[in-house]
Design a protein around this ligand. Structure first.
Ligand code: HEC
Ligand code: HEC
Length: 366
C-alpha cells in the first residue's frame, strides 16, 4: 500500500508550468536506476510518468512488467521479466513506425494499439460498434464553435462569478488545513500555503513522515521519504513543472488570463448532466490545458492538463467542487485529482486569507 500511496503522490505531482528548465540538481535516470537501457537521459519524474503511461495503456499493474518483489523494494524494479523485455522491444517498434511512416511525429503510442489491454484486439467488436459512444477528451482543439463566446468572455464571467477582479486582487495569500486521501488510502492531514503571484506548497503527513510538493515561483519538486520514492527530492520538469506552476498561479485566479496563452473555445460539453463550456489554453503550445466552466454558475468545475513523457502525453484531471467564500472570493474546498494510475481527494476544512507566510515554506529542503 505504501508503494501505491507513493506512486499516487509521485504521479499526481505531474502538475506543472512553463518551459522545461532542467537544472543541475535534476536527477537523471542514469544516475538513479540500475538497469535502464532504452529510456536513457531523461529526468526521473518523466521516467516515472512513462511507467504510468505504460500501466494505463496496457491496463496493467506495475508488477505486470516487474517482479512481484518490486512492490516495496525499489532495487527489484531493476530485475527483468518477459513483459519488461517485450516492452523494451515495443518502445523501439513504436519509435521505428513513427519515424518511418509519420515523419518522426508521435502519431502512434502504446495506447493506440493496446487501448487499456495487455494484448491488442484483432477483430472489431460489434457490441462496441453499435453501443453508445464513449466521450474523448480533446488534447488538441481542432474546431471552434462559429459565432460562439470568446475565451475572454468565458473567463470574464468566471472572474465575476468568483467575486470580481477587485476582490480577487485583495487576496494575496492564504493558508489552509484539510485532508488528502490517496487511492484506497486513509485520509491524511494536509496543509496548504499559497502566496501571490505564484508560490504554493502542499504538505501531506502520513504517520511520522511528510510528502511536500512545492512550486517556489520558478522551480518545483516533491520531497518525500525514500521509502516512498526513488529519490528524496524529485525535481519536476516539463509538463509537470508547468502543472505545478499552474496550481500556484490559479490559487489566485485573478491572473488566469495571463497564466496561459493560445486561448481557444471548444464545443459545449456535459459533465455529470451539467452543461459546461470548454476553454483550452497552453503555456507554450506543447502542453494543452482544458478548463470546463459550468454554464449556470460560471464556476470552474474541471481542469484537464497534459504533461509529456517520451512515449506519450499523460493527462491529469482535477474536478473542483464545494465552492465557499473566503474574503469575498469563492474558492473550491474540494477537488478530486485523477491521473493515469491513481486518484486522490483533497478536502479543505478551513482557510485563513491574507496571512503572513514565512519564505521558508517555499524553500528547498537541504
Ligand atoms: C508495460 C510494462 C511496464 C509497466 C506496466 C511498468 N514498467 Fe517500469 N519498466 C518497464 C521497462 C521496459 C523498464 C526498463 C526501461 C529501459 O530499459 O529503458 C522499466 C523500468 C522501471 C524502473 C527502473 C528500475 C531500474 O533500477 O533499472 C522503475 C523504478 C520502474 N520501472 C517502476 C515502475 C512502476 C512504479 C510501475 C507502475 C506504475 C511500472 N514501472 C510499470 C516496463 C514497465
Ligand atoms: C502497432 C501496435 C502496437 C503498439 C503501438 C504497441 N504494442 Fe505492445 N503488443 C502488440 C501486440 C500485437 C502484442 C501481442 C503480441 C503477441 O501476442 O505475441 C503486444 C504485446 C505487448 C506486451 C506483452 C503482453 C502479453 O500479454 O504478452 C507488452 C508488455 C507490450 N506489448 C508493451 C507495449 C508497450 C510498452 C508499448 C508502447 C511503447 C506497446 N506495447 C505498443 C502491439 C502493439
Amino acid at each position: 500500500m505504501r508503494r501505491l500511496i507513493f506512486i499516487c503522490l509521485l504521479l499526481s505531482s505531474a502538475i506543472a508550468s512553463g518551459q522545461p528548465r532542467p537544472e543541475q540538481r535534476t536527477q537523471m535516470v542514469d544516475q538513479v536506476f540500475k538497469n535502464v537501457r532504452v529510456l536513457k537521459g531523461i529526468p526521473v519524474n518523466e521516467f516515472m510518468a512513462t511507467m504510468g503511461f505504460f500501466s494505463a495503456s496496457l491496463g496493467a499493474n506495475c508488477t505486470f512488467c516487474h517482479v512481484q518483489e518490486s512492490g516495496g523494494n525499489w532495487d527489484r524494479y531493476a530485475d527483468d521479466n518477459g513483459n519488461k523485455q517485450t516492452a523494451r522491444r515495443m518502445i523501439g517498434m513504436v519509435a521505428g513506425i513513427n519515424k518511418t511512416y509519420f515523419g518522426g511525429k508521435r502519431m502512434l503510442t502504446c495506447y493506440s494499439c493496446h487501448r487499456g489491454g495487455e494484448r491488442p484486439r484483432v477483430t472489431p467488436n460489434l457490441t462496441e460498434l453499435y453501443g453508445p459512444p464513449s466521450t474523448e477528451e480533446p488534447d488538441t482543439l481542432t474546431a471552434q464553435v462559429p459565432n460562439g463566446a470568446t475565451a475572454d468572455q468565458v473567463l470574464d464571467k468566471y472572474i465575476a462569478a468568483i467575486g470580481g477582479a477587485q476582490r480577487l486582487a485583495g487576496l494575496t495569500s492564504f493558508t489552509a488545513q484539510g485532508t488528502f486521501q490517496g487511492y484506497a488510502d486513509a485520509k491524511n492531514p494536509l496543509e496548504l500555503f499559497a502566496k501571490a503571484p505564484n508560490q504554493r506548497t502542499a504538505i501531506v503527513r502520513v504517520g511520522a513522515e511528510t510528502s511536500t510538493t512545492t512550486f517556489d515561483g520558478r522551480t518545483a519538486w516533491i520531497a518525500a521519504p525514500l521509502t516512498d520514492k526513488p529519490v528524496p527530492m524529485m525535481e519536476l520538469t516539463g509538463g509537470e513543472l508547468d502543472a505545478a506552476r499552474l496550481d500556484a498561479v490559479l490559487s489566485f485566479p485573478g491572473q488566469i488570463k495571463q497564466a496561459l496563452m493560445w486561448w481557444r473555445v471548444g464545443f459545449p460539453a456535459l459533465i455529470e448532466d451539467r452543461d459546461v463550456q470548454l476553454v483550452q489554453g497552453s503555456s507554450d503550445g506543447r502542453y494543452p490545458v482544458n478548463l470546463y466552466f459550468d454554464d449556470k454558475t460560471n464556476l470552474l468545475v474541471r481542469m484537464v492538463r497534459y504533461a509529456d513523457s517520451p512515449v506519450g502525453l499523460t493527462p491529469t484531471q482535477i474536478d473542483y467542487s464545494d465552492y465557499r467564500e473566503v474574503a469575498g472570493v469563492k474558492m473550491p474546498f474540494k477537488w478530486t485529482t485523477t491521473w493515469l494510475d491513481g486518484r486522490s481527494i483533497t478536502q479543505l476544512m478551513q482557510v485563513q486569507p491574507n496571512v503572513a507566510i514565512d519564505t521558508s515554506k517555499f524553500a528547498r529542503p537541504r
